[in-house]
Write a protein that binds this ligand. Structure first.
Ligand code: AMP
Length: 468
């Protein structure tokens, strides 16, 4: 299979050849002929499969005809994060080297003025995150009625980040007669519903079965104690034992990103950190340093690292086991890209038994251990679990033992101690119920409703207030 017989224009084929691609990846081979034809496409593919080119190349071909009008973009790509949006803009630059299309990037953290100027000039391609796009729209700077092609990328990430209502609002501003290309790594029911409403008789293309890891990634687990210092030492051991050229190290919480980063620097490793609190400029600078090989280890959280296109990461380290099995696939998808060999290792502590089981169930296969595999009794059972020092709400059971929180980064990280402190200080709600206590909301054992703290009123609450 070559790029010649997918229906792409000669200009696009020349650009792809100049980039050095010799044959299309499976998602490109399957999606491009339909997309070039103007059909709707539902692409189930994770990053690393070449999905960006699978929509950029046919868009370039289709946009060769026609011209953009001021404030009326001809195509719109919605991305969940600024980095992804910037990467797609870079892809247009790369593959569109033979075209004279105007690409406008509307992302937060950058001034409105320059973005307005681009819009005024008339954009052939508008790449945006949902929030900033709506901001521009509300300021009257944008008309979406001229959009001929809509791309929704990483739809499941948008869902995770709570962007679906925004995406639905945006879709209502678009003309119903348009082409829609919809991509998601996984297809949970909410995403299927969205796809059903957005797409018109789509061609469904599955580049990899949902939620499976690329076959070129060697995956390993390493058992470690819960103790943070010992866990960091276990990671350093891995870093020393494996031939790590460059790696992304994932933590579940941004606080741990900072701690691990500092510790790695202290131990002489060449590392940078990437977390959601950094501004756009800092994130881009860090990423550039990593991409350029000026720094070899990148400590990151899921939100900050979402969709990063770093072509040849030799290793992924999961310092923490992700609470959502899908996140595991997303994380390790940063290595073993486009057919290259990759290596992904994950540290597993006695508290992680269930989370690891959820991952192996989803993968449909076990992951090999480095060293001896721990016995069953090495893992804490959920009920008998002792609250661990310095662990997040999920581990401490503060979430009530239900489904772990979706985005740990967006919920401020709290150690078990913090949660306790907050409850003790307990600001009260108007009804006198301490905030943070949900006992009044849920029926207690035996169906009786317990109000406030029930019998367990702490002594300080019984003390009479001191007059000021
Ligand atoms: P993506 O899944 O779009 O993030 O792409 C992953 C990586 O694959 C990017 O670094 C692309 O530059 C690269 N890539 C995309 N298409 C091809 C291709 N046909 N041959 C080789 N590499 C490709």
């Amino acid at each position: 299979m070559t790029f010649e017989n997918l229906g792409l224009s000669q200009k696009v084929i020349a650009a792809v050849e100049a980039v050095g691609y010799t044959e299309p990846t499976p998602i490109q081979a399957q999606a491009i002929p339909f997309a070039v034809d103007g059909r709707d496409v539902l692409g189930i593919a994770q990053t690393g499969t070449g999905k960006t080119a699978s929509f950029v190349l046919p868009m370039l071909t289709r946009l060769e005809r026609g011209r953009a009008r001021a404030r009326m973009p001809r195509s719109l790509i919605i991305e969940p994060t600024r980095e992804l949006a910037a990467q797609v803009a870079a892809a247009f630059e790369l593959y569109g080297s033979q075209h004279k299309l105007t690409v406008a990037l509307l992302i937060g953290g950058v001034s409105f003025d320059e973005q307005n100027r681009k819009l005024d000039r008339g954009a052939d391609v508008l790449i945006a995150t949902p929030g900033r796009l709506l901001d521009h729209f509300q300021r009257g700077k944008l008309l979406l009625t001229g959009v001929e092609i809509l791309v929704i990328d990483e739809a499941d990430r948008m869902l995770d980040m709570g962007f679906i209502p925004d995406v639905e609002r945006i879709s209502k501003m678009l003309p119903p007669r348009r082409q829609t290309l919809f991509f998601s790594a996984t297809m949970p029911p909410e995403i299927q519903r969205l796809a059903d409403t957005f797409l018109n008789n789509p061609e469904r293309i599955e580049a990899t079965p949902p939620a499976t890891a690329a076959g070129t990634i060697v995956q390993r687990l390493k058992f470690s104690s819960n103790d943070p210092a010992e866990k960091r030492e276990a990671l350093r051991e891995l870093l020393r034992d494996l031939e790590v050229r460059n790696a992304i190290l994932f933590c579940n919480r941004k606080r741990d990103v900072a701690i691990l980063h500092k510790s790695l620097l202290k131990h002489g490793f060449d590392a940078a950190a990437l977390h959601g609190d950094m501004d756009q400029h800092q994130r881009m600078a860090t990423l550039d340093a990593f991409r350029g090989g000026n720094v070899s280890l990148l400590v990151a959280s899921d939100v900050a690292a979402r969709g990063l296109d770093i072509p040849d990461v030799s290793h992924i380290f999961n310092y923490d086991v992700p609470s959502q099995p899908e996140d595991y696939v997303h994380r390790i998808g940063r290595t073993g890209r486009a057919g290259r060999e990759g290596f992904a290792a994950m540290l597993v502590t006695p508290e992680d038994g269930r989370a690891v089981k959820a991952i192996t169930n989803m993968l449909g296969s076990e992951i090999e251990w480095i060293g001896d595999a721990p016995g069953r009794d090495a893992f804490e059972s959920k009920r008998g679990r002792r609250p661990a020092r310095g662990r997040g709400p999920r581990k401490s059971g503060a979430q009530g033992g239900g489904r772990p929180p979706q985005r740990q980064e967006s919920a401020p990280a709290q150690s078990n101690g913090d949660v306790k402190k907050k409850r003790r200080r307990g600001k009260t709600k108007p009804n006198g119920e301490p905030q943070g206590s949900n006992q009044a909301k849920s029926p207690a054992k035996g169906g009786e409703r317990v109000v406030g703290m029930g019998d367990h009123m702490p002594a300080f609450m019984k003390r009479s207030p001191r007059a000021s």
